[in-house]
Design a protein around this ligand. Structure first.
Ligand SMILES: Cc1cc2nc3c(=O)[nH]c(=O)nc-3n(C[C@H](O)[C@H](O)[C@H](O)COP(=O)(O)OP(=O)(O)OC[C@H]3O[C@@H](n4cnc5c(N)ncnc54)[C@H](O)[C@@H]3O)c2cc1C
Length: 357
């Protein structure tokens, strides 16, 4: 049994801790805040399937705030709708999830040290850096930098939603360069509004545009966070007698299309806990399991974010013309685009091209 030092008590840190404990190790976890789940840096939207993959660690059903059936996506003004009969995703109380994960880790034997900020001294030579996008662990051990970030602003806004089970996404290179704006209903009367822009663009201007666009007369002050949207080229190392692995945002295990990081980061963190003593194995395992999907998210993001607004609008029109929105309604997958590449897609495209759908 080895002692593992997990740095960071977000979802990745707590899941890594639980996984390391279940692999027979001892765990000390350092979290710089005095409680888990702060600051609130997440819209809390997760796919039902993705939450299912985290079921060995958390019972998400206790944290569901609002079920979501689909999305209205604007391609620079051309709207498409993707909608399921049943909930495909849930808005969850993210702080509550973080607290439950941390208390599970504690109940299974982790020693959690709240209020402990780690800079350069560690409790063990086996380290899991789950300390978020600005990872001090990654910096200390000289990991390659994450090369692409999005700056976000978000706030809860009183909002009468006609469809509280549908989210909105607004893609426009002119208004929200490099990313998008979102409206995620918490219920029929409140929604989380957010914008993301690729750095060095300024999110404040994008935020003001969204508020004007949605007619929000007295917007609250939004909170700003940064999202890494590329993985590091290296996330694990054996160096000077230390085994160091990075998980979650610290590793950049995030969907480039939406910035969602809890599902992939959580699943990779489970591997980090299991293979904390074998950095090369960890690197191999997570890239083999999740690399292809993350790469597809990157390709989609690169394609969308490099289009002009007239091009985006034309993409929206073509999606509608080929009924791809209806294909996505039936076969879309929020996390794993590789699962959408089935023979049905080819059949769907051929039927629509032939006009017999
Ligand atoms: C505006 C916004 C909306 C988002 N919405 C979604 C969403 O709807 N769905 C989704 O899946 N993802 C979403 N994300 C992304 C998601 O929040 C992150 O991917 C997720 O929080 C990553 O978890 P983590 O545990 O890796 O890192 P974090 O949640 O950042 O946790 C890192 C922890 O480490 C601690 N820490 C940092 N440095 C130190 C240190 N030196 N010593 C000790 N402790 C330290 C921090 O206090 C923190 O608790 C969103 C992000 C943003 C910014």
């Amino acid at each position: 049994m080895a002692l593992i030092h997990v740095v960071g008590g977000g979802p990745a840190g707590s899941i890594a801790a639980i996984s390391a404990l279940r692999s027979g190790h001892g765990v000390v976890l350092s979290e710089e805040h005095n409680v888990a789940g702060l600051p609130r840096n997440c819209s809390g939207l997760f796919s039902r399937d993705g939450l299912g993959t985290l079921s060995p660690f958390i019972d998400y059903r206790r944290h569901v705030v609002n079920p979501i059936r689909g999305a209205r996506i604007s391609f620079a003004g051309t709207g498409i709708t993707v909608r399921r009969k049943d909930a495909v995703a849930f808005v969850c109380d993210r702080a509550g999830m973080d607290r439950e994960l941390a208390s599970r880790a504690e109940a299974e034997g982790a020693q959690i040290r709240y209020g402990e900020r780690i800079r350069s001294s560690f409790h063990s030579r086996n380290i899991i850096g789950a300390d978020g996008p600005l990872s001090a662990v990654a910096r200390h051990f000289g990991f390659p930098a994450i090369r692409q970030h999005v700056a976000t602003l978000q706030a809860r806004v009183p909002y009468e939603s006609e469809e509280p089970d549908m989210i909105e996404m607004h893609l426009s290179g002119e208004r929200f360069p490099g990313f998008f704006a979102w409206v995620i209903p918490q219920n029929a009367h409140t929604a989380e509004f957010g914008v993301g822009v690729e750095l060095p663009n300024r999110p404040a201007a994008a935020w003001n545009r969204l508020m004007r666009m949605k007619g929000i007369a007295a917007p609250p002050k939004p909170c700003g966070f940064v999202i890494p949207i590329l993985p590091r080229s290296k996330t694990a190392v054996r160096k000077n007698g230390f085994n160091v692995v990075l998980a979650g945002d610290a590793a950049g295990q995030v969907k480039s299309t939406t910035g969602g990081g809890v599902i992939f980061g959580g699943n990779c963190a489970a591997l980090a806990g299991k293979y904390a003593l074998s950095p090369a194995r960890y690197e191999f395992e997570w890239r083999a399991k999740f690399g292809p999907d993350l790469a597809m998210h990157r390709a989609i993001h690169r394609f969308i974010s490099s289009r002009s607004d007239p091009e985006l609008s034309s993409i929206g029109r073509r999606i509608k013309k080929l009924n791809i929105d209806s294909y996505l309604s039936h076969h879309g997958h929020m996390d794993r685009p590789t699962k959408m590449l089935r023979p049905q897609l080819l059949a769907h495209m051929l039927k629509n091209i032939a006009g017999i759908a």
